[in-house]
Design a protein. Structure first.
Length: 282
């Protein structure tokens, strides 16, 4: 009797083991398939922005629209400026139409990375930090930060002379990084654009506005209150400006670099520099 009972138990245990092995085998097969799919997915490259741009027939260009003479609105509220000209040239070179989107500079890079637009053309400085997270084209302009103060203020000699001062900069701009690097200031205030910062300078809320030489010169020349201010010192660590793209958009970067090189070769670069910037930047 005990032998029969043991045999039944043995058969039962064998059946349980077979069922367990079957379940484990299916599980491993499913897991292996999932792992393979995941590996395949991870190996997929990011979508080719250049191909998508050509498929859409347009390139969506982000810019601030408030950074003279690079990007601003004329009396008829049309978007104009050095960067806008370059945006149109690049679109034409790619065989598509340009579509401009405006926003505060601090939101442009996050918007680019979330694929709200294809490129940024808005006085983007090609700093090492930005190059580590973005593709930036070859230079289509050069500039550098300077200090702007009220005309009667002789306490600031250049952009490095900020000790104890209340300083204004464009939010998210290279000027903000520059001022933090220089240090010594009392307070750092950020603004959506230069108009707001210079308005506070005019009203005595800040002591210094740090802006690029080109845009600062243009503002002092064209703004109604431009004669209230002066630029002091030389540009601090001049930099290249480039078209910003998402990291890995190499085919688009190559195509845009080719267009920039062609415009330098055919004289358009020189013409635009003199028209909008007042100088030839090499």
């Amino acid at each position: 009797m005990n032998g029969a009972i043991d045999l039944k138990k043995l058969n039962f245990l064998v059946m349980v083991m077979l069922a367990f092995l079957l379940i484990v085998g299916c599980s491993n097969s499913s897991s292996g398939s999932s792992s393979s799919d995941s590996g395949s997915s991870s190996k997929k490259t990011a979508s080719d922005t250049l191909s998508q741009v050509k498929k859409n027939g347009k390139i969506v260009i982000a810019t601030t629209g408030d950074f003279r003479p690079f990007t601003y609105k004329d009396k008829s509220n049309n978007l104009v400026g050095y960067d806008i000209e370059w945006g149109k040239i690049i679109a034409k070179g790619l065989g598509v139409k340009p579509e401009f989107v405006t926003g505060q500079f601090s939101g442009l890079i996050p918007g680019l990375n979330s694929k709200r637009f294809d490129v940024i053309i808005s006085g983007v400085t090609a700093t090492p930090e930005r190059k580590s997270t973005l593709n930036i084209s070859d230079s289509y302009a050069k500039d550098g930060p300077v200090a702007i103060v009220e005309k009667g203020d002789n306490s600031v000699n250049d952009v490095r002379d900020l000790k104890g001062k209340i300083v204004g900069v464009n939010s998210g701009s290279v000027f903000e990084d520059t001022v933090k690097k220089i240090g010594g200031y009392k307070t750092l205030k950020t603004y959506p654009g230069p108009n707001e910062g210079l308005a506070d300078l005019d009203n005595g809320r800040i002591n210094v506005e740090v802006l690029s030489l080109i845009s600062g010169t243009d503002y002092l020349k064209n703004a109604p209150n431009g004669d209230h201010f002066k630029i002091v010192g030389d540009p601090y660590e001049p930099y290249d400006l480039g078209v910003a793209m998402r990291k890995g958009d190499d085919s688009l970067t190559k195509a845009i670099n080719k267009i920039i090189a062609e415009q330098k070769e055919n004289g358009t670069y020189e013409k635009l520099s003199k028209k909008y910037l007042g100088v030839l930047i090499k």
